[in-house]
Structure formats: structure tokens, C-alpha cells
Design a protein around this ligand. Structure first.
Ligand code: ZN
Length: 167
């Protein structure tokens, strides 16, 4: 099971409103290519699985940054609208699931992690303006089910019927 990228599940659902994957943008001219995880500026962002940083950080949107990494499973993840990466994180960094990678950034009003997921079959830039409606590489996938399947960092899974540890 993958680790959720934030230390908590956002109160504002990433499955509804303008935060959801596929929500209209620019009056319907394009669609939202990610799930937006609303969180205070500076919130820690973790690696969802083991992988390696492939690109970034680079300027993304309104003074925030993006970083890309490839999971050992082959999927590609892009964390966008981040404030900065964590100390020691750069291209080539090996990521262990749960590693602190970056911090949530703030645009004019909102602060969030814009979470994009790709199946990894594509090559080249993840942003492809000519590829409507998402304006992303063709191997973009809806990350909603993936995020739903993540466990919070530090959440201990006990087998069914197992006694919880005492005080
Ligand atoms: Zn977004």
C-alpha cells in the first residue's frame, strides 16, 4: 500500500468541486489534470512509494514549483504547486516511501499539493499544451483511486483479530 503524500487527509475532498480530476478549467477549454490536496503552506509532502527523482524542481505556476519522480512500479508522479523541495532532494535522489520530499506552496490565495499521476508509458515533457483537454502527456491517469488506496504515514496496520498493543 502506498503512503498518502500529506500527513492528513484534506478536509476539502479532492474528489469534488474544482479540486477533482477532470474539473473544468479556463471556462471549459481544458480539464484539471490532477487532484488538488488542500493544505496549509509549508505542510510536509512525502514520497508515495519507493522511486527516484527524475526532473526538477522547476517553476510551475504563480511562483510555485514542481518536481517529478519515477516509482519503482514504473508510474511517474509530479508534485506541483510546491513551495520548495526538502533539503537533499535533487535529480537522482533515491526516494524511500514516506521520505520527506517537499513542502506545500501558496499561490495568491490557495495552498495545495496538485498531484499528477502517469502510467509511465510516455516519454518527454509531462505538460503538452496541444494535447486537449488535459494538456498533458497521453499516459496521464486519474489519480483518485490511487490516493484513495494510500495509507497515512505512520498508520500501523494490524492483522484482523490481532490484539492492539497495551498502554
Ligand atoms: Zn490543481
Amino acid at each position: 500500500m502506498a503512503t498518502f503524500p500529506l500527513p492528513f487527509i484534506p478536509t476539502l475532498s479532492y474528489k469534488t468541486g474544482g479540486r477533482r480530476f477532470g474539473a473544468n478549467r479556463d471556462g471549459g477549454k481544458r480539464k484539471h489534470a490532477a487532484c488538488d490536496l488542500i493544505a496549509p503552506k509549508g505542510t510536509e509532502i512525502y514520497a508515495v512509494e519507493n522511486g527516484k527523482v527524475t526532473y526538477g524542481p522547476y517553476l510551475f505556476y504563480r511562483g510555485t514549483y514542481a518536481i517529478e519522480f519515477r516509482l519503482d512500479s514504473g508510474k511517474v508522479v509530479r508534485y506541483c504547486e510546491i513551495e520548495k523541495v526538502a533539503s537533499g532532494i535533487a535529480v537522482g535522489s533515491t526516494l524511500t516511501e514516506g521520505t520527506l520530499i517537499a513542502y506545500v506552496g501558496k499561490m495568491y490565495v490557495d495552498s495545495m499539493l496538485h498531484f499528477e499521476l502517469y502510467n509511465g508509458s510516455g516519454t518527454g515533457s509531462l505538460t503538452v499544451r496541444s494535447n486537449s483537454p488535459y494538456q498533458r502527456r497521453s499516459d496521464l491517469i486519474n489519480p483518485t483511486d490511487y490516493l484513495d488506496g494510500c495509507a497515512l504515514l505512520g498508520a500501523v496496520q494490524y492483522p484482523v483479530g490481532c490484539a492492539l498493543p497495551g498502554p
